[in-house]
Ligand binder design. Structure first.
Ligand code: ANZ
Length: 763
């Protein structure tokens, strides 16, 4: 008997050895076969990483280790998205400066991630709130400005009364999308918010305000962002989400004369239904009234003239259409549009049933009633925030020269360490109270000028971090051209689908801009993106209020990182909603102990053809499954192989191969077995992934289930030639140790045989 597997000792030992031997620090300049394996970096929160992070990051790490064994030089960096409202709100809550909070939370994150045994290159981490990083975020802003893609403008924008800052359109959503209970400005939960949208971060109903804000012209890239989707390999749901968010609609702008003077213009994607128009609606949000939510329309007393029939079309005000979309006016076609139909019925307006007529497109253009127009849902990206914890926007307002960029040599514009960092909600950020920060001189004329006091949205930080990783440490540039050319674009990006239209859209936009500025030679940052699923616990989403947040640290300490990793990967498909159960991880610990015994006791090989065929089938299955992120079925097939080995025995070659295919999932265990038990060379992670032999797989094997009195007592593997031979199967089954003990002392009365499947002894 071998002693129990000691995960604590083994995991610590190899983690130290890996670090010392620089196993995960590829030579970025000289590597010949680069593979950039990236997981979306987390924002460091006070609670630390939860098991959902462990699930997602392990999924990425398994692939990285698999690619290393395919001969690739794997670069797998990690960092912290540490600027932003999340860290800042927590700092405010506990009354500690965000600088201090972030120092502590990132340290805790690092300890946790190291304990999982992931193969990160710890020499290339980024912390977005460090000045050696945000200096280059500010540089990126200057590039946008130089390219005429950044501007400050007064606009009606979304404002979160709780976070006391403006938000980008992408950060405003339904409560369900935000995963939050909707709250009003006083923080009370609101039952029914109707069409109102909430803040992504805190769930508070957003308000509209007219404010001067900084924008990036992402709309200029709308068509590129759409066409680029065709050349990247992303999950369909993420592609669809981006396509819908960009929301390209081809239609027409049509002008209707108003009876008594003036005109009203509508945007329509269905000019072919002009023959069935019966009214016009113009948006009026002020109609929304909490006391009378049923009221959605009001007649204006005016009429527009139908260019086709000359009939009078009543003009109604309504809140069922969006003010900021198209022209904010719609031609009402109840016969073909459901919402128009509802409105017409409610207010007793005419309904005309007429077949749409494609010829109308041409007619409208020829008559000059309207012109073709493409409308987008995408709006420019609002990047300024009236908060403290972000990269200061490197712009200076000069009374003489207007907005002037901070010269690159003067970067970074340091975020000063101030005590009154709480947002006030005045439309200005906390830096606006600090003369010593904003009083400066104009870089152009040298006269007195003031700095911008807003900071950048955190999504600007994360829109380019993947470019920085390989160039970390380079103080002269954001990214080194030669290293960037070698390592980018990212080979595999792993992350959550909730970033579909936020981070993933912004990162694509920034990459396209840098490409057009000839600073990089690719225009899609993530040619392959895998959207992982969401882990749940005992059937429900993990949340603090339910008290079902799984803290991975406890499990790693008790069962080991390997048991945790392999259990997380075994729970279910990587893109699904696997449910974490304590009993499951206990089972995985037992499986690892079973493996330990097999490697140490080496059951003697009985039937070579059966074991080899199963081994090569398994190598093929695991190779295919890992390539397709089907880790759970890969592990299941390894378990089947282990069952066969336990029955039929094995030799040295079988053991080595078994160890190799376990390596991505249980890296510490595999290293221990490889080096200490099998006498292999350090490190198993530098070994080649095993190849399967198609000829060996071909030896067809069939599993026959053996029952005694209808209960399953064992199974036997036979060549397909014998699978239909009742006599032979019976003889084999009677000799099988597991089955024979159930036959002892009894008399076989009857045998039921289903060829190729099952044999049942009735005793
Ligand atoms: C007449 C019509 C007939 C329409 C019909 C649709 C169906 P997308 O595809 O989203 O661009 N629309 C225009 N401006 C709007 C606004 N500000 N708020 C809400 N709806 C608006 O949709 C364009 C269609 O949505 C337009 O085509 C218009 O209704 C409506 F059988 O015009 B349609």
């Amino acid at each position: 008997m071998t002693s129990k597997y000691d995960h604590t000792r083994v995991e610590k030992k190899w983690q130290e050895k890996w670090e010392k031997s620089k196993l995960f620090n590829p030579n970025l300049k000289e590597a010949e076969n680069p593979f950039y394996n990236l997981w979306m970096f987390p924002y460091p929160s006070a609670e630390g990483l939860h098991a959902g992070h462990a699930f997602a990051s392990t999924g990425s790490d398994v692939f990285g280790r698999f690619m290393r064994m395919q001969g690739r030089d794997v670069f797998q960096p990690i960092g912290y998205d540490s600027f932003g409202i999340h860290s800042e709100n927590y700092a405010i809550k506990i009354g500690e400066n965000p600088h201090e909070v972030v120092k502590r939370t990132t340290k805790h994150y690092e300890e946790q991630m190291r304990s999982f045994g992931h193969g990160y290159d710890w020499q290339h981490t980024v912390t977005t709130s460090s000045s050696d990083y945000y200096k280059w975020t500010q540089w990126l802003f200057l590039k946008m400005w130089e390219a005429d893609l950044a501007y400050k403008k007064n606009a009606t924008v979304n404002f979160c009364p709780s976070c006391k800052t403006v938000l980008a359109d992408e950060q405003v959503m339904t409560p369900a999308q935000a995963g939050k209970e909707p709250k009003n400005a006083s923080g009370e939960v609101v039952e029914n918010v109707g069409e109102l949208k909430v803040c992504e971060r805190c769930g508070t109903i957003v308000e509209k305000k007219d404010l001067d804000q900084w924008f990036f012209k992402i709309t200029k890239y709308a068509d590129r962002l759409l066409s680029g989707l065709k050349k990247i390999d992303w999950s369909e749901r993420v592609v669809t989400a981006q396509r819908n968010w960009i929301g390209k609609s081809e239609g027409m702008l049509i002008k209707f004369e108003i009876d008594g003077g003036g005109e009203i213009e509508v945007f329509t994607t269905r000019p072919d239904t002009l023959n069935a128009v019966t009214f016009i609606v113009t948006s009026d949000e002020a109609l929304y009234n909490e006391e009378n939510p049923e009221k959605i329309g009001e007649f204006t007393g005016k009429y527009a003239l139908d260019p086709l029939s000359g009939k009078k079309l009543p003009i109604w005000k309504t809140n069922y259409i969006a003010p900021g979309y198209g022209t904010g006016n719609v031609m009402g076609v109840p016969a073909h549009d459901e919402r128009d139909m509802e409105f017409a019925k409610k207010y007793h307006l005419d309904i005309v049933e007429k077949e749409p007529d494609e010829k109308l497109w041409k007619l409208i253009e020829e008559k000059g009633w309207g012109k073709r127009h493409t409308n987008y849902h995408l709006r420019d990206w609002l990047v300024s925030r009236q908060r403290y914890w972000g990269a200061p926007i490197p712009m200076i307002d000069c009374p003489k020269d207007g907005w002037v960029a901070v010269p690159e040599k003067d970067l970074p514009v340091l975020l000063p360490d101030i005590k009154d960092y709480q947002p006030e909600g005045t439309g200005k950020g906390p830096l606006a109270n600090h003369k010593e920060f904003y009083e400066t001189t104009c870089p152009k004329c040298g006269g007195k000028a003031t700095r911008e006091t807003d900071v950048m949205d955190t999504f600007v930080d994360s829109a380019w971090y993947f470019l920085r990783y390989p160039s970390v440490g380079d103080d002269n540039q954001a990214f080194d051209p030669a290293i960037t050319k070698k390592w980018l674009p990212v080979n595999l990006y792993f992350g959550g689908a909730e970033h579909s239209v936020l981070h993933l859209m912004y990162a694509r936009f920034v990459t396209m801009v840098l490409h057009d500025l000839k600073l990089i030679n690719f225009d899609e940052p993530f040619p392959k993106f895998f959207a992982h699923g969401l882990m749940i616990k005992d059937g429900a989403k993990m949340s603090k209020s339910r008290g079902n947040v799984v803290n991975p640290d406890e499990y790693v300490a008790k069962f080991g990182a390997d048991a945790m990793r392999m259990y997380l990967m075994f729970m279910g498909p990587m893109d699904g909603y696997p449910d974490f159960r304590d009993t499951g991880i206990e089972g995985m610990e037992r499986f690892i102990n079973r493996l330990w015994n097999i490697f140490n006791n080496k059951p003697e090989l009985k039937d070579k053809s059966v074991v080899y065929s199963k081994l090569h089938q398994t190598i093929k299955k695991v190779t295919d499954d890992i390539s397709n992120f089907k880790y759970n079925t890969a592990i299941a097939s390894i378990m089947e192989l282990v069952n066969v080995i336990q029955e039929e025995g094995m030799d040295e070659a079988v053991l080595k191969n078994l160890c190799l295919i376990l390596t991505p999932f249980i890296p510490h265990f595999a290293e221990e077995v490889w080096v200490e038990v099998l006498g292999g060379k350090f490190s198993v992670h530098r070994e080649s992934w095993p190849k399967y032999d198609a000829k060996l797989i071909k030896v067809d094997q069939v599993t026959i289930v053996i029952q005694v009195n209808g209960r399953v007592r064992g199974q036997i593997l036979v060549g397909s030639g014998v699978a239909n031979q009742e006599k032979q199967i019976m003889a084999l089954a009677e000799k099988d140790g597991k089955v024979s003990k159930w036959l002892e002392g009894g008399k076989i009365r009857k045998v039921i045989f289903v060829p190729g499947k099952l044999l049942n002894f009735v005793v």
